[in-house]
Write a protein that binds this ligand. Sequence first.
Ligand code: ADP
Ligand code: MG
Length: 248
Amino acid sequence: MNQSVFTSAQSLVRENEEVIVNDNHWVIQAEDLTKVYKMGEVEVHALRGVSFQIAKGEVVAIMGPSGSGKSTLMNIIGCLDQPTEGEYLLDGEQVSNLKDDQLASIRNRKVGFVFQSFNLLPRATALSNVEMPIRYAGVRQNLRERALQSLELVGLGDRIDHRPNELSGGQQQRVAIARALVNDPALILADEPTGNLDTQAGDEIMHLLLTLNKEKGTTLVIVTHDPEIAEQTRRIIHLRDGLIENHA
Ligand code: ADP
Ligand code: MG
Protein backbone atom coordinates (compact mmCIF):
# COMPACT_ATOMS: atom_id res chain seq x y z
CA MET A 1 0.00 0.00 0.00
CA ASN A 2 1.24 3.45 -0.79
CA GLN A 3 2.08 6.20 1.63
CA SER A 4 -1.08 8.18 1.08
CA VAL A 5 -3.20 5.30 2.36
CA PHE A 6 -1.15 5.10 5.56
CA THR A 7 -1.41 8.80 6.13
CA SER A 8 -5.13 8.96 5.62
CA ALA A 9 -5.73 5.95 7.87
CA GLN A 10 -3.55 7.38 10.59
CA SER A 11 -5.49 10.56 10.53
CA LEU A 12 -8.67 8.56 11.09
CA VAL A 13 -7.54 7.56 14.54
CA ARG A 14 -8.43 9.87 17.36
CA GLU A 15 -5.75 12.00 18.89
CA ASN A 16 -3.63 10.36 21.59
CA GLU A 17 -4.30 6.90 20.18
CA GLU A 18 -1.02 5.41 19.19
CA VAL A 19 -1.01 3.33 16.03
CA ILE A 20 1.97 1.39 14.86
CA VAL A 21 2.11 1.42 11.11
CA ASN A 22 3.79 -1.28 9.10
CA ASP A 23 3.20 -3.16 5.88
CA ASN A 24 1.08 -5.99 7.28
CA HIS A 25 -0.84 -3.72 9.46
CA TRP A 26 -4.29 -3.74 7.89
CA VAL A 27 -7.13 -6.13 8.54
CA ILE A 28 -9.47 -4.21 6.26
CA GLN A 29 -8.57 -2.21 3.18
CA ALA A 30 -11.71 -1.08 1.35
CA GLU A 31 -11.43 1.08 -1.73
CA ASP A 32 -14.42 2.72 -3.37
CA LEU A 33 -16.92 -0.04 -2.59
CA THR A 34 -20.26 0.16 -4.29
CA LYS A 35 -23.25 -2.14 -4.05
CA VAL A 36 -26.19 -2.01 -6.39
CA TYR A 37 -29.16 -4.29 -5.78
CA LYS A 38 -31.23 -4.87 -8.91
CA MET A 39 -34.94 -5.27 -8.21
CA GLY A 40 -36.43 -5.88 -11.62
CA GLU A 41 -36.26 -2.51 -13.32
CA VAL A 42 -35.24 -0.67 -10.20
CA GLU A 43 -31.67 -0.28 -8.97
CA VAL A 44 -30.98 0.34 -5.30
CA HIS A 45 -27.60 1.97 -4.67
CA ALA A 46 -26.92 0.69 -1.16
CA LEU A 47 -23.23 1.70 -1.13
CA ARG A 48 -22.04 4.52 -3.34
CA GLY A 49 -18.25 4.56 -2.99
CA VAL A 50 -16.99 3.69 0.46
CA SER A 51 -13.27 3.71 1.33
CA PHE A 52 -11.63 3.05 4.68
CA GLN A 53 -8.96 1.00 6.38
CA ILE A 54 -9.00 -0.77 9.72
CA ALA A 55 -5.73 -1.65 11.39
CA LYS A 56 -4.98 -4.80 13.35
CA GLY A 57 -6.16 -4.50 16.94
CA GLU A 58 -8.56 -1.63 16.33
CA VAL A 59 -12.09 -1.35 17.74
CA VAL A 60 -14.40 0.42 15.32
CA ALA A 61 -18.12 1.16 15.43
CA ILE A 62 -20.20 1.47 12.28
CA MET A 63 -23.22 3.69 12.84
CA GLY A 64 -25.93 5.14 10.68
CA PRO A 65 -29.69 5.40 10.30
CA SER A 66 -31.79 2.53 9.03
CA GLY A 67 -31.25 2.00 5.31
CA SER A 68 -27.86 3.75 5.26
CA GLY A 69 -26.03 0.60 4.14
CA LYS A 70 -24.67 -0.83 7.41
CA SER A 71 -25.78 -4.40 6.80
CA THR A 72 -24.68 -4.26 3.18
CA LEU A 73 -21.23 -3.12 4.27
CA MET A 74 -21.08 -5.76 7.03
CA ASN A 75 -21.97 -8.47 4.52
CA ILE A 76 -19.14 -7.36 2.26
CA ILE A 77 -16.46 -7.03 4.92
CA GLY A 78 -17.59 -10.35 6.44
CA CYS A 79 -17.25 -12.05 3.03
CA LEU A 80 -20.93 -12.97 2.94
CA ASP A 81 -21.44 -10.93 -0.22
CA GLN A 82 -19.38 -9.21 -2.91
CA PRO A 83 -19.32 -5.53 -3.83
CA THR A 84 -20.64 -4.52 -7.24
CA GLU A 85 -17.47 -2.52 -7.74
CA GLY A 86 -14.44 -1.57 -5.73
CA GLU A 87 -11.65 -3.41 -4.03
CA TYR A 88 -11.60 -5.23 -0.73
CA LEU A 89 -8.60 -6.80 0.98
CA LEU A 90 -9.17 -8.80 4.15
CA ASP A 91 -6.02 -9.42 6.18
CA GLY A 92 -4.01 -8.71 3.04
CA GLU A 93 -5.98 -11.10 0.81
CA GLN A 94 -7.85 -9.83 -2.22
CA VAL A 95 -11.52 -10.70 -1.79
CA SER A 96 -13.29 -8.69 -4.48
CA ASN A 97 -13.01 -11.26 -7.29
CA LEU A 98 -13.37 -14.56 -5.47
CA LYS A 99 -15.87 -17.25 -6.38
CA ASP A 100 -18.48 -18.31 -3.81
CA ASP A 101 -16.52 -21.30 -2.47
CA GLN A 102 -13.33 -19.26 -2.15
CA LEU A 103 -15.30 -16.56 -0.40
CA ALA A 104 -16.68 -19.12 2.04
CA SER A 105 -13.21 -20.45 2.72
CA ILE A 106 -11.71 -17.05 3.52
CA ARG A 107 -14.75 -16.25 5.64
CA ASN A 108 -14.35 -19.43 7.69
CA ARG A 109 -10.68 -18.77 8.28
CA LYS A 110 -10.67 -15.07 8.95
CA VAL A 111 -14.01 -13.84 10.30
CA GLY A 112 -15.92 -14.52 13.51
CA PHE A 113 -19.53 -13.34 13.63
CA VAL A 114 -21.58 -12.19 16.59
CA PHE A 115 -25.25 -11.46 15.88
CA GLN A 116 -27.96 -9.63 17.75
CA SER A 117 -30.01 -12.83 18.10
CA PHE A 118 -27.04 -15.04 19.04
CA ASN A 119 -27.80 -17.56 16.24
CA LEU A 120 -26.91 -20.62 18.29
CA LEU A 121 -28.08 -24.10 17.33
CA PRO A 122 -30.92 -24.68 19.83
CA ARG A 123 -30.43 -28.40 20.33
CA ALA A 124 -26.64 -28.32 20.57
CA THR A 125 -24.67 -27.83 23.79
CA ALA A 126 -22.49 -24.77 24.29
CA LEU A 127 -19.47 -26.91 23.51
CA SER A 128 -20.94 -28.25 20.24
CA ASN A 129 -21.97 -24.76 19.18
CA VAL A 130 -18.44 -23.51 19.70
CA GLU A 131 -16.93 -26.50 17.85
CA MET A 132 -18.98 -25.76 14.75
CA PRO A 133 -16.66 -23.27 13.00
CA ILE A 134 -13.66 -25.56 13.56
CA ARG A 135 -15.54 -28.38 11.82
CA TYR A 136 -16.45 -26.06 8.94
CA ALA A 137 -12.82 -25.07 8.57
CA GLY A 138 -12.04 -28.75 8.07
CA VAL A 139 -9.88 -29.01 11.18
CA ARG A 140 -10.10 -32.33 13.02
CA GLN A 141 -7.38 -31.99 15.63
CA ASN A 142 -7.91 -30.76 19.18
CA LEU A 143 -11.49 -29.82 18.34
CA ARG A 144 -12.81 -30.28 21.85
CA GLU A 145 -9.78 -28.76 23.52
CA ARG A 146 -9.93 -25.59 21.44
CA ALA A 147 -13.67 -25.18 21.98
CA LEU A 148 -13.16 -25.63 25.72
CA GLN A 149 -10.42 -23.03 25.83
CA SER A 150 -12.61 -20.60 23.98
CA LEU A 151 -15.50 -21.13 26.40
CA GLU A 152 -13.16 -20.67 29.34
CA LEU A 153 -11.95 -17.42 27.83
CA VAL A 154 -15.49 -16.02 27.94
CA GLY A 155 -16.08 -17.28 31.47
CA LEU A 156 -18.31 -20.25 30.63
CA GLY A 157 -16.01 -23.13 31.47
CA ASP A 158 -18.68 -24.42 33.87
CA ARG A 159 -21.55 -24.30 31.35
CA ILE A 160 -20.20 -26.36 28.47
CA ASP A 161 -22.99 -28.97 28.52
CA HIS A 162 -25.82 -26.44 28.70
CA ARG A 163 -28.11 -25.90 25.74
CA PRO A 164 -29.07 -22.35 24.72
CA ASN A 165 -32.46 -22.47 26.49
CA GLU A 166 -30.65 -23.38 29.70
CA LEU A 167 -28.58 -20.20 29.53
CA SER A 168 -29.39 -16.51 30.06
CA GLY A 169 -29.29 -14.11 27.12
CA GLY A 170 -25.93 -12.77 28.24
CA GLN A 171 -24.56 -16.29 28.56
CA GLN A 172 -25.86 -17.22 25.11
CA GLN A 173 -24.07 -14.22 23.64
CA ARG A 174 -20.90 -15.37 25.45
CA VAL A 175 -21.22 -18.74 23.74
CA ALA A 176 -21.59 -16.89 20.43
CA ILE A 177 -18.45 -14.89 21.21
CA ALA A 178 -16.56 -18.09 22.09
CA ARG A 179 -17.72 -19.52 18.75
CA ALA A 180 -16.57 -16.38 16.94
CA LEU A 181 -13.13 -16.63 18.57
CA VAL A 182 -12.48 -20.32 18.16
CA ASN A 183 -10.73 -20.14 14.77
CA ASP A 184 -8.59 -17.27 15.96
CA PRO A 185 -10.02 -14.96 13.29
CA ALA A 186 -8.36 -11.81 11.97
CA LEU A 187 -11.62 -9.99 12.54
CA ILE A 188 -14.70 -10.20 14.74
CA LEU A 189 -17.81 -8.64 13.25
CA ALA A 190 -20.57 -7.91 15.72
CA ASP A 191 -23.95 -6.76 14.42
CA GLU A 192 -25.89 -5.08 17.27
CA PRO A 193 -24.38 -7.55 19.78
CA THR A 194 -26.22 -6.08 22.77
CA GLY A 195 -29.50 -5.39 20.95
CA ASN A 196 -31.38 -8.29 22.56
CA LEU A 197 -29.93 -7.89 26.06
CA ASP A 198 -30.90 -5.88 29.12
CA THR A 199 -28.60 -3.04 30.10
CA GLN A 200 -26.51 -4.99 32.57
CA ALA A 201 -25.99 -8.03 30.34
CA GLY A 202 -25.26 -5.67 27.44
CA ASP A 203 -22.62 -3.85 29.46
CA GLU A 204 -21.02 -7.15 30.38
CA ILE A 205 -20.89 -8.25 26.75
CA MET A 206 -19.29 -4.96 25.69
CA HIS A 207 -16.81 -5.30 28.54
CA LEU A 208 -15.97 -8.83 27.40
CA LEU A 209 -15.47 -7.78 23.78
CA LEU A 210 -13.25 -4.86 24.77
CA THR A 211 -11.24 -7.07 27.16
CA LEU A 212 -10.67 -9.62 24.38
CA ASN A 213 -9.47 -6.78 22.19
CA LYS A 214 -7.08 -5.56 24.85
CA GLU A 215 -5.72 -8.92 25.90
CA LYS A 216 -5.72 -10.85 22.64
CA GLY A 217 -5.52 -7.93 20.23
CA THR A 218 -8.65 -9.13 18.41
CA THR A 219 -9.80 -6.61 15.81
CA LEU A 220 -13.43 -5.67 16.43
CA VAL A 221 -15.99 -4.07 14.15
CA ILE A 222 -19.32 -3.39 15.84
CA VAL A 223 -22.43 -2.28 14.01
CA THR A 224 -24.69 -0.39 16.37
CA HIS A 225 -27.24 2.38 16.52
CA ASP A 226 -26.60 2.85 20.24
CA PRO A 227 -24.41 5.93 20.84
CA GLU A 228 -23.36 4.59 24.26
CA ILE A 229 -21.93 1.47 22.65
CA ALA A 230 -20.22 3.47 19.92
CA GLU A 231 -18.70 5.77 22.55
CA GLN A 232 -16.79 2.82 23.96
CA THR A 233 -14.97 2.22 20.70
CA ARG A 234 -11.97 4.20 19.60
CA ARG A 235 -13.34 5.12 16.20
CA ILE A 236 -16.76 5.56 14.65
CA ILE A 237 -17.57 5.29 10.94
CA HIS A 238 -20.83 7.07 10.19
CA LEU A 239 -22.80 5.90 7.16
CA ARG A 240 -25.51 7.91 5.47
CA ASP A 241 -27.20 7.09 2.17
CA GLY A 242 -24.47 4.63 1.24
CA LEU A 243 -21.59 7.00 1.91
CA ILE A 244 -19.23 7.58 4.81
CA GLU A 245 -20.30 10.81 6.42
CA ASN A 246 -17.28 11.45 8.60
CA HIS A 247 -14.79 9.73 10.83
CA ALA A 248 -14.67 10.65 14.47
P1 ADP B 1 -29.01 -0.71 7.12
O1 ADP B 1 -28.41 -2.00 7.57
O2 ADP B 1 -28.15 0.48 7.43
O3 ADP B 1 -30.39 -0.52 7.59
P2 ADP B 1 -29.03 -1.96 4.49
O4 ADP B 1 -27.64 -2.22 4.09
O5 ADP B 1 -29.82 -3.10 5.00
O6 ADP B 1 -29.08 -0.73 5.50
O7 ADP B 1 -29.81 -1.35 3.22
C1 ADP B 1 -29.32 -0.30 2.43
C2 ADP B 1 -30.27 -0.10 1.25
O8 ADP B 1 -30.21 -1.23 0.38
C3 ADP B 1 -31.72 0.05 1.66
O9 ADP B 1 -32.34 0.98 0.78
C4 ADP B 1 -32.29 -1.34 1.46
O10 ADP B 1 -33.66 -1.27 1.18
C5 ADP B 1 -31.50 -1.84 0.28
N1 ADP B 1 -31.27 -3.30 0.31
C6 ADP B 1 -30.62 -4.00 1.27
N2 ADP B 1 -30.56 -5.29 0.97
C7 ADP B 1 -31.19 -5.45 -0.22
C8 ADP B 1 -31.48 -6.57 -1.07
N3 ADP B 1 -31.08 -7.80 -0.77
N4 ADP B 1 -32.16 -6.32 -2.22
C9 ADP B 1 -32.56 -5.09 -2.54
N5 ADP B 1 -32.33 -3.99 -1.79
C10 ADP B 1 -31.66 -4.15 -0.63
MG1 MG C 1 -29.15 -3.43 8.91
